[in-house]
Design a binder for this molecule. Sequence first.
Ligand code: NAD
Length: 307
Amino acid sequence: MLLTLDDNDLSQNLDLDSTVMSGRPLKKRMLAQLARAVQILEQQHHVRPCLAVVQVGDHPASSVYVRNKILACKKTGVVSMLHELPGDTTDAELHALLERLNADPAVHGILVQLPLPEHMDPQAAIQLISPSKDVDGYHPVNLGDLMAGRGALEPCTPRGVMTMLRAYKVDLVGMHAVVVGRSMTVGRPMAQMLMRANATVTVCHRFTKDLQEHVKRADLLVVATGVHNLIKGEWIKPGATVIDVGITRLEDGSLSGDVDYDVARERARYITPVPGGVGQMTVATLLENTVRSACQTLGVEIDLRRA
Ligand code: NAD
């Protein structure tokens, strides 16, 4: 283990009796722990972890995400390097920048904010990032390592969900987990991580017949589709844990998830709100991956349970 978080500390300040599984207090604790790890790296190894963020064009949602990531860097002491490229940047120009960042020993994490403009190839960019600096965990090498059960850098959103489940002390062993959505960035790695935690996993997607029947049998439901209110509240098994990853911006400008929250909340043991749930964990886990990557480069292990 390159970096081990202190789970007892993460559970502090959480209201485990509430139905709402909030990401905000957890993100705060995680960032505080990561700030401690950054301090250790600086004091004992004279290195500050550094995250390079590359944004192409000015997609408004991306700008908000990038801002939040840079802010989280500031809170932990991680150095952030923002590269803003114009919307007409070519693949070759982006690749040249990624090669430079790969070769820069001061850079520990590289993130290309998605989506890229339509004329660009996101897979080519992801595959060019050195796997050891791929803090989004999207590189095929890192996804393969996740399958093999030895991942160092894992996709932030599902990894953040796992951290959340541990902090809220949800016992996954033998649980029937249903994951709705099978993207490479959320659904698939989520299913892998839940299997690794000894849950029994069903994966549903847009071609699944009788989605409702699968959802009704879920002790743990993770939904990542981007389809607003796809999951009706009445489908939730009483006492289930519901993780809503989806984000939809409604006409009034507010954000909402894939689950009919108000009705589901009446039936669930735990449910994550949107906003204020999984999204918080995604950002915190990005920082965790950046510090982890710096530990890997330096050959250092940090155990925050003892630090
Ligand atoms: P994606 O479009 O790549 O994948 C969507 C998945 O949902 C697909 O596998 C598809 O088969 C499935 N799906 C679509 N319609 C369905 C239906 N009617 N029934 C069953 N399955 C259906 O999306 P993604 O990148 O995995 O993201 C999913 C959602 O999660 C989006 O709203 C995205 O904004 C959100 N997201 C949130 C975070 C976060 O930090 N909270 C991070 C990543 C993604």
